[in-house]
Design a protein around this ligand. Structure first.
Ligand code: G3H
Length: 328
């Protein structure tokens, strides 16, 4: 692989997050100032100017960090197979050639499906290293009993999922039952075994950024490998504001433990331009170390299509967005 391609896709194995014993001292005092969050996000707008040759690199990087998702009631074997084909070859060969990175072994970060579709994804991804992520624990509402949640996780792992996206019981956050939430997530983590666990907070259903931050801390203390914003089914899904709050919790947890927890914004990220905004925030808040599929994913069903369209515009010279190379 050429130097140029290597800088686009860099993966590194990060140690699992083993968590810490429950203690409210880590998050008791958190008080997030909403207007400070909004000001910081506003400051991202319109002040980046970046070399044109780096624009495509950002978009290719973004592709490598997509959990290519289908989570619809009408999912079938056929559409999961098509999704997996797309995950294996997310960008047309001729387009990669025109971009000068034809040797790049580009895939999406993972595919994300319901439990019952895992066998079809497994078959369609044979011979690749593309992980299968399964949504579990009564996705999307998370209203199943804890026993059912644990059983569901174990079944998905046995079926071949190597990543499990769990949903938390939002009521525990709303009622400040932090220790109960910790115990629930910890049991889910144990049920995951070697599979990496992403914990969905469903931030659109959490009324304050302070509670989002506290829930993020509880999820990390209980051993989540990633914290994730949303199921994609709430009325408000991933936002830059909530991402800022969660990324800062990840940074503080790293400072405390030396462990890097991953971040996954999900739901409603449909445009290449939006994806780049998330990556700029990530780079500024957590640094280049997090610009890898091991530590950052987009949960998205339609983002890839728009990125491909923008890459087409890029090679025909009509792409106008401007931003810096992700690793620059
Ligand atoms: O986790 C992934 C989300 O469900 C995808 O949401 P989306 O369909 O809005 O991209």
């Amino acid at each position: 692989m050429s130097k140029k391609s290597e800088t686009i896709i860099q993966t590194e194995i990060h140690p699992r997050n083993e968590g810490l014993p429950f203690n409210t001292q880590y998050f008791d005092e958190i008080l997030v100032n909403r207007s400070a969050v909004e000001r910081r996000v506003k400051s991202l707008g319109g002040r980046r100017s970046v070399k044109k040759e780096y624009q495509a690199a950002w978009l290719l990087k973004a592709i490598s960090m997509i959990d290519l998702t289908t989570l619809a009631g009408d999912d079938t074997q056929g559409n999961v197979q098509r999704l997996c084909m797309k995950a294996r070859n997310p960008v047309r060969k001729d387009l990669l050639e025109k971009l000068g990175v034809s040797e790049l072994n580009l895939t999406t970060g993972a595919v994300c499906v319901y439990h019952s579709l895992i066998p079809f994804a497994k078959e369609a991804l044979k011979g690749t290293n593309i992980p299968i992520a399964a949504v579990s624990t009564g996705f999307p509402a998370g209203k199943n009993s804890l026993e059912e949640k644990i059983a569901e996780i174990k079944k998905s792992v046995a079926a071949g999922a190597t990543e499990i996206d769990i949903v938390i019981s939002r009521a525990l956050v709303l009622e400040n039952k932090w220790e109960e939430l910790y115990n629930e997530i910890k049991l889910c983590r144990e049920a995951c075994g070697d599979a990496h666990m992403k914990t969905i907070l469903a931030t659109g259903e959490i009324p304050t950024y302070t509670k989002v931050a506290k829930a993020s801390w509880v999820a990390m203390l209980a051993g989540s490998d990633f914290i994730k914003t949303s199921t994609g089914k709430e009325s408000v899904n991933a936002t830059l504001e909530v991402s800022l709050v969660m990324m800062r919790c990840i940074r503080d947890y790293y400072e405390l433990t030396g462990v890097k927890v991953g971040y996954k914004p999900a739901g409603g990220i449909q445009k290449a331009k939006q994806a780049v905004e998330f990556l700029i925030l990530l780079k500024e808040e957590l640094g280049n170390d997090w610009l890898t599929p091991d530590l950052f994913r987009f949960g998205a069903s339609s983002l890839l299509g728009d990125i491909e369209r923008q890459l087409e515009h890029y090679v025909t010279g009509s792409y106008s967005a401007s931003f810096r190379h992700p690793m620059a």
